[in-house]
Design a protein around this ligand. Structure first.
Ligand code: ZN
Ligand code: ZN
Length: 337
């Protein structure tokens, strides 16, 4: 099969023929149709994070395709089912976090495109228990970005428990942010979109943002004028953006972090955090249930995915495109051809 392979951390990806994997016990083989490009894939390929991925690695954790083979053992999915292969490739199901419904913080997890080979390939093996069925009303092109960008931001808002009289600010209207903005609206909040690119600000307005703030201007003054914000989801890996979001929070405000800065550092003022009772919350992707909810909302027409397709052969150029910040929202590899 064709696959984009990271031969060594930091090396360019090689698109080449590799053996098609076989599904083991409890696993399925999926013919991949689409696979989104998440910024995490770039970090994985470069070995940017303290915990390193497997090498050689096939990245990809926004894969969508049809089950073509089921391994031994009971399976909740069958041949022909269209499924998504999210970041959480497997969770043990029995540790206290799994049992409490927090499987994304499982003590013995497997991650697609990190500890397991992912979906930058014609085929991928996944655990039958952890793939999520895609409803017929959701196209494979739309399902791919929902599988990480969607569920990550949906969960980030969920953990902030937004109330309908509150204001939620989304910082960065890219792959994650354009969906976060729509979920903030679905949760009933007044929405504020912040970005530094004209195109992204325009997209935010098109997606129905109640307020659009250009962070190249006086962001603090603009946010003060609308009465501050109660929830801030920062999708960009920028400590300066996180600090600016923290500074805009009202009492009882919640700052939710989903982007990971390269140097892993963030300095925040303790005085304001204590005096305003501010919560700083980290949130990692979402559970299978969260992803099912994202698909259901999309099937009901509540969200719009902004994405463009690319060829897997252009994977290295696509990484550069994402790093330049110039992509419309999400890039999705079309493997159906
Ligand atoms: Zn991701
Ligand atoms: Zn577990």
């Amino acid at each position: 099969m064709r696959a984009a392979v990271v031969p060594a951390l930091g090396a360019p990806l090689e698109v080449r023929e590799v053996d098609t994997p076989r599904p083991g016990d409890g696993q399925v083989l999926v013919r991949i149709e689409t696979s989104g490009l998440c910024h995490t894939d770039i970090h994985a390929a470069r070995g940017d994070w303290p915990v390193k991925p497997k090498v050689p690695l096939i990245p990809g954790h926004e894969g969508v395709g049809r089950v073509v083979e089921v391994g031994a053992g009971a399976s909740p999915v069958t041949v022909g089912d269209r499924v998504a292969l999210p970041w959480l490739g497997h969770a043990c199901g029995s540790c206290r976090y799994c049992v409490a419904g927090w499987e994304t913080y499982c003590l013995a997890p497997q991650y697609m495109g990190y500890t397991m080979d992912g979906s930058y390939a014609d085929y991928a093996v996944a655990y039958a228990s952890h793939v999520v069925r895609v409803p017929d009303a959701v196209s494979s092109l739309d399902a791919a970005p929902l599988t990480c960008a969607g569920v990550t931001t949906y969960k980030a808002l969920k953990v902030a428990r937004p109330q309908p009289t509150e204001t939620a600010m989304i910082v960065g209207i890219g792959g994650l942010g354009h969906l976060a903005l729509q979920y903030a609206g679905i949760f009933g909040t007044t929405t504020v979109a912040v970005d530094v690119e004209d195109e992204k600000l325009k997209l935010a307005a098109e997606l129905g943002a109640d307020h659009v703030v250009d962070a190249r201007g006086d962001q603090a003054a603009a946010l003060a004028e609308i009465g501050g914000v109660d929830v801030a989801v920062v999708t960009v890996p920028s400590p300066a953006s996180m600090r600016a979001a923290h500074a805009a929070l009202n009492p009882n405000g919640r700052l939710v972090l989903v982007g990971l800065p390269a140097d892993n550092r963030l300095e925040l003022p303790v005085f304001e955090t204590v005096l305003k009772g501010i919560s700083v919350i980290g949130s990692l992707v979402g559970t299978r249930n969260d992803l099912r909810e994202c698909f259901e909302l999309h099937a009901r027409g509540r969200t719009r995915v902004v994405a463009e397709t690319r060829r897997l052969e252009d994977v290295n150029a696509c990484f550069e495109e994402v790093l330049s910040g110039k992509v419309p929202a999400r890039l999705v590899f079309d493997l159906g051809a």
